[in-house]
Design a protein around this ligand. Structure first.
Ligand code: F6P
Length: 345
């Protein structure tokens, strides 16, 4: 009988998911294995919503953003009923292994399901945030940084013409990877990240100094979870709760822009990049990384390496125990932040 492997995409989408799906199917076909696509993350397994993936179903999807399978944030361990349905459908579809493509949260759930309920699972890390431990990069990140860089370049030219401060709010969840890489690549004058709470007075002094030096415009990249230093907190509780909601971060850019304008007197505009960072075609780097992860995941199943995920370390694709990846988010590397800092001011 042909080996039957399930595959699902969970959590937020990102560019490169389709490249992984294609790679898994193409590699599986080499060994005459069958890949069952599970729709909308774990929800598809709970509800029995699946479709066999053939060579024809993955033709032409390499450059497509999003995920042909759909996604959801359902965690099968949230209720015993859901888990029961997942188990029933697992047997019904004759699955021998499951590939879970997910971010930090979804991989943590995959680890629990493998560890506590013995599901033969292989993980693949994905996210624009690049916050998964144990892997130098996740696919999706390079594409998001490309979007941020392009936006910063465009905002540079209009900021310069109008002698304005431009505040650009970017995603990244609880880490500053996108902000730091996008800021360095776009030549930002200040980059604010969650790992380093910022002092408004310092930011304003820097902007005023730039103005005095004849640099009459400035670019600030702020990560969605960047926070003021407790010694100089300018957010009231209501605003803080709105900005730092666990399920939906966003809004620090607007408040920061207002504060900067009132303290420096320099005209300030805010752009929140939002979901454009997550959409569209994957960059060549992300296509290659996603494809390498997809091929590796099938080979990990063949080798019985369950409870592990694919990872890239120093350009080598490896298999890493999920346990090592799910101990909280991978924070921004200090070396990267220090490079960004060289260009502050
Ligand atoms: O994890 C990817 C990400 O885009 C984060 O950068 C952002 O905070 C979050 O997802 C937004 O999630 P949602 O799609 O649920 O609004």
């Amino acid at each position: 009988m042909r080996k039957q492997i399930g595959i699902l995409t969970a959590g937020g989408d990102c560019p490169g998911l389709n490249a992984v799906i294609r790679a898994v199917v193409r590699r599986a076909l080499e060994d005459n294995a069958e890949v069952i696509g599970i729709k909308n993350g774990w929800r598809g397994l709970a509800e029995g919503d699946v479709e066999p993936l053939t060579r024809a179903s993955v033709t032409g999807i390499l450059p497509r953003g999003g995920t042909i399978l759909g996604t959801s944030r359902l965690n099968p361990l949230d209720s015993p009923e859901t888990l029961e349905h997942v188990k029933l459908n697992w047997r019904k579809f004759g699955l021998e292994a499951l590939i879970v493509i997910g971010g930090e949260g979804s991989l943590a759930a995959a680890f629990d399901i493998w560890h506590e309920h013995n599901f033969p699972i292989v993980g693949i890390p994905k996210t624009i945030d690049n916050d998964v431990r144990g892997t130098d990069f996740t696919f999706g990140f390079d594409t998001a940084v490309g979007v941020v860089t392009d936006a910063v370049d465009r905002l540079h030219s209009t900021a310069e013409s109008h002698h304005r401060v431009m505040v650009i709010e970017v995603m990244g969840r609880h880490t500053g990877w996108i902000a730091a890489y996008g800021g360095i690549a776009g030549g930002a004058d200040v980059v604010l990240v969650p790992e380093h709470p910022f002092r408004l007075s310092k930011v304003c002094n820097l902007l005023k100094h730039r103005e005095e030096q004849g640099r009459a415009f400035s670019i600030i990249v702020v990560a969605e979870d960047a926070k003021p230093h407790p010694d100089e907190d300018f957010l009231d509780n209501e605003v803080r709760e709105q900005i730092y909601r666990h399920d939906r971060l966003g809004g620090i850019g607007t408040v920061l822009g207002r504060e900067i304008e009132s303290c420096t007197g320099i005209e300030t505009r805010v752009t929140k990049l939002g979901y454009v960072q997550r959409g569209g075609t994957p960059s060549p780097f992300d296509r290659v990384l996603a494809t390498r992860f997809g091929v590796k995941s099938f080979e990990m199943i063949q080798a019985g390496e369950f409870g592990c995920m694919t990872a890239i370390q120093g350009n080598k694709i490896i298999s890493l125990p999920l346990k090592e990846a799910v101990r909280g988010p991978k924070l921004l590397d200090d070396e990267i932040y220090k490079v960004a800092e060289v260009f502050f001011g």
